[in-house]
Ligand binder design. Sequence first.
Ligand SMILES: *[C@@H]1O[C@H](CO)[C@@H](O)[C@H](O)[C@H]1NC(C)=O
Ligand SMILES: *[C@@H]1O[C@H](CO)[C@@H](O)[C@H](O)[C@H]1NC(C)=O
Ligand SMILES: *[C@@H]1O[C@H](CO)[C@@H](O)[C@H](O)[C@H]1NC(C)=O
Ligand SMILES: *[C@@H]1O[C@H](CO)[C@@H](O)[C@H](O)[C@H]1NC(C)=O
Ligand SMILES: *[C@@H]1O[C@H](CO)[C@@H](O)[C@H](O)[C@H]1NC(C)=O
Ligand SMILES: *[C@@H]1O[C@H](CO)[C@@H](O)[C@H](O)[C@H]1NC(C)=O
Ligand SMILES: *[C@@H]1O[C@H](CO)[C@@H](O)[C@H](O)[C@H]1NC(C)=O
Ligand SMILES: *[C@@H]1O[C@H](CO)[C@@H](O)[C@H](O)[C@H]1NC(C)=O
Ligand SMILES: *[C@@H]1O[C@H](CO)[C@@H](O)[C@H](O)[C@H]1NC(C)=O
Length: 846
Amino acid sequence: MNTKTHVWFLIILISFVVNALYVESASKTLDSYLLSCGSSNGGSDSDGRKWESDSKYLGSSDNSISAKAKFQDPSLPSAIPYMSARILTSESTYTLSVSTKKRHWVRLHFYPSSYSSLNATDAYFDVTAGETTLLNNFSAPITAEALTQSYIVREFSVGPFSSDALKITFTPSAKHNGSYAFVNGIEIISMPELFPEPATLVGFSDQTVDVASSTLQTMFRLNVGGQYIPPNNDSDLSRTWYDDSPYVYGAAFGVTTETNTTVKIDFPEEFPKYVAPVDVYSTARSMGPDSKLNQNFNLTWVFPVDGNFMYVVRLHFCELEQTLINQRVFDIFINNQTAQEAADVIAWSGAKEVPVYKDFAIFVSNTSGSAQELWLALHPSVAEKPEVYDAILNGLEIFKLNDTSGNLAAPNPVPSPMLLEAESEEKTSFAEPSKSKKTAHIIGGAAGGAAAVGLVAAICIVVYNRKKRVYGNESNGTSGWLPLYGNSLTSHNNSKSTISGKSSHTSSHLSTLAAGLCRHFALGEIKQGTKNFDESNVIGVGGFGKVYKGVVDGGTKVAIKRANPSSEQGVHEFRTEIEMLSKLRHRHLVSLIGFCEENDEMILVYDYMSHGTVREHLYKCKTHLSWKQRLEICIGAARGLHYLHTGAKYTIIHRDVKTTNILVDENWVAKVSDFGLSKTGPALNQTHVSTVVKGSFGYLDPEYFRRQQLTDKSDVYSFGVVLFEVLCARPALNPSLPKEQVSLADWALHCQRKGILEDIIDPTLKGKINPEVLKKFSETAEKCLSDHGTERPSMGDVLWNLEFCLQLQENPSSSLVKDDVGIAKDSEIDAREANMAAHRKLEPWK
Ligand SMILES: *[C@@H]1O[C@H](CO)[C@@H](O)[C@H](O)[C@H]1NC(C)=O
Ligand SMILES: *[C@@H]1O[C@H](CO)[C@@H](O)[C@H](O)[C@H]1NC(C)=O
Ligand SMILES: *[C@@H]1O[C@H](CO)[C@@H](O)[C@H](O)[C@H]1NC(C)=O
Ligand SMILES: *[C@@H]1O[C@H](CO)[C@@H](O)[C@H](O)[C@H]1NC(C)=O
Ligand SMILES: *[C@@H]1O[C@H](CO)[C@@H](O)[C@H](O)[C@H]1NC(C)=O
Ligand SMILES: *[C@@H]1O[C@H](CO)[C@@H](O)[C@H](O)[C@H]1NC(C)=O
Ligand SMILES: *[C@@H]1O[C@H](CO)[C@@H](O)[C@H](O)[C@H]1NC(C)=O
Ligand SMILES: *[C@@H]1O[C@H](CO)[C@@H](O)[C@H](O)[C@H]1NC(C)=O
Ligand SMILES: *[C@@H]1O[C@H](CO)[C@@H](O)[C@H](O)[C@H]1NC(C)=O
């Protein structure tokens, strides 16, 4: 043999070996199935995963029909597996040969639509996997509707079992006439045992729960402080990880941190890589840099869950900043019980950038009435005297465990009665999800108190929805401020045609982003909620049209702004307001709940602010506001504006700051409203936005007026007028006064400079304001009214000074160091905002 033959021989040998290896690895994945039910050939989904037809796994005696959906909802991530369905008219079983000694994911995909001539509302069915009931009396359309979601994904993790194959059985409910079962996709994926160790039972430190013997349902899986991770980017278990910000409770968002791309997360040898992908560990949410502030609040997440089940909560940690033991130590509370005292990530993991996780089990009972919730709260462990008072979390998973009778199913969620009524009025069927309602998505504000059923629904969406976020160019970790979620953000790339087709259909003016973030109300719902726009419900009239109070979802009070159909300007402002507000959520901004655009009507639906505008409490004197209340209102409004200027991706300039655009809710919390004139601010390389002058006389920045150049300092000017208005309780313009007094800005400045401001303040406040506070307050307002924008303070500085005023007013005797104040100590703290203020180098403009 010459060398040539040798080489050939070698090549053949190698290819044999490679082939053998390949076959070996292929047989390992034989344990996994992706079934596109009802399709004849299968196909690939938008993530490039290959799905096969389900027919050969069904018993031959099973009565089944394969059917195609008539309509592709734009929110579907891809046609495979949702556009085809397997209809099962009697009990039918999929038999999948898998290694029964292993644990498997079972993911069920449902897209309620009309298939053949069947009515989707008739489909009630049970699903079991082996002995465990996964779903019972399940109605996909009811669930989808209650979640305002077009499709549903349920993920279960089935443990090892004794039979020779995994049997998934669908049984149409006998209790409903004409019932049938259907399914669009089934995924069976072999997985390692994620819970080799039992979980600690919260509240019973000596007891544990053995998770490995149970079937689990995934309720939540979050990349805390990070972004959406699609199945393809998971560590081999094709899990989806979502952003946690929609679940953060209240305004205390903490801050998100991210590792340097150059830093490697170091998985210890005994720590399996599949536990969570690197992306989960390399981002985190912590409380913020201000130790003092952190002692006053809990970093809290709230999750809606089903009652009467045991849950296991897995917390993923990886220290990204601290390096030593006892540097960052915190307590972990689950449902208001101590789950772990003195958690110290470095003590657990041994080093920075090394991951570790902890499992806790908790039973959630079904206390009557209210929705069942699971609360997770972190608080610095003050007793341990750590170096920093802070807490950290990188990832979070919540699983539901089967109960003792082998059941995981909970009742169908309940759609709001109003939604149902509106629907029956319209006679829309589930068969035509193109009707506005089906793509309506409710966005829960960051504020915790939203009582609407819709919020819970919106929260659920995130879990059950294979959402994709449009990251654009804001995909860095710090964009966590924007609690964007909802599935119309979906799939810009994979169903572009349907999305644009859809958006022109439902709302010609709106970007898909805004339309997706906002709930789309049917006109019927609005008419019902306002008694057909009854005049007795009018609570205000503006340039835009009338504002009505109303009720939606069977009890949620809202303010409904109905545009004057004649005004062309209205269309533009309508659009601006939706575009702006739908993306902004803040405790001190009025929340837009949704909109309605039907029959030439343009209607915006907001949170109802029961105490109306600030102005009506100043000199129309509905109620007499105390000085402290006024300060708190100013602080709230300043926070809202500061957030607009700095919290968002772009600087947003309100352009119409005035006392009628600052509203107060039932707890006297001030919220900035009316974004019809808002502009996004200058891009980085510009210092201003050129624009036609708009705004309200009396509040208008003279520099803006002169130069027609808008900056965030124009809002600061207007806010200065607001401060004087609050102090003096008179309108910004009062033409009935002597000429020099007509404009409040001019008159107050004049008096301030002459040192006679006290003569013009609200008589009811005389003697009630600490002189130091009055000095600080009026200096702040004066500075806001500086002629040149560059001389005016930023909104953050205004906020800081107002907080100082409040502190001083409440604590006049204490000789406070300036650095120690700035934070209203007992009012609910907007930690993120305050942290921002505390962190900023203060410009002592005197
Ligand atoms: C489906 O059934 C519901 C309730 O039974 C009924 O209101 C609706 O009209 C039906 N839709 C169609 C298309 O038959
Ligand atoms: C179900 O159908 C049967 C026979 O078609 C009928 O007798 C029965 O009344 C129906 N039940 C209901 C609840 O409609
Ligand atoms: C997923 O992984 C791919 C390739 O590593 C990367 O390009 C993509 O940005 C990742 N997607 C997300 C959302 O992280
Ligand atoms: C990022 O990593 C590099 C190299 O490890 C280091 O020099 C730099 O300080 C890091 N930056 C931050 C913000 O931690
Ligand atoms: C935990 O406490 C908060 C208030 O302290 C309460 O609103 C919430 O309902 C409690 N959560 C649970 C699950 O008990
Ligand atoms: C944090 O949560 C725990 C458990 O619910 C509660 O006992 C504690 O008072 C909370 N701390 C603060 C500062 O809210
Ligand atoms: C709570 O569970 C019990 C038993 O499982 C059930 O009888 C009861 O109706 C449930 N209560 C609520 C409010 O769901
Ligand atoms: C779940 O079911 C299995 C048997 O099917 C049982 O051993 C286990 O205890 C159940 N889990 C719980 C939390 O009750
Ligand atoms: C099945 O679910 C429907 C809708 O949630 C409910 O009205 C019905 O009572 C349930 N039936 C049973 C037998 O639980």
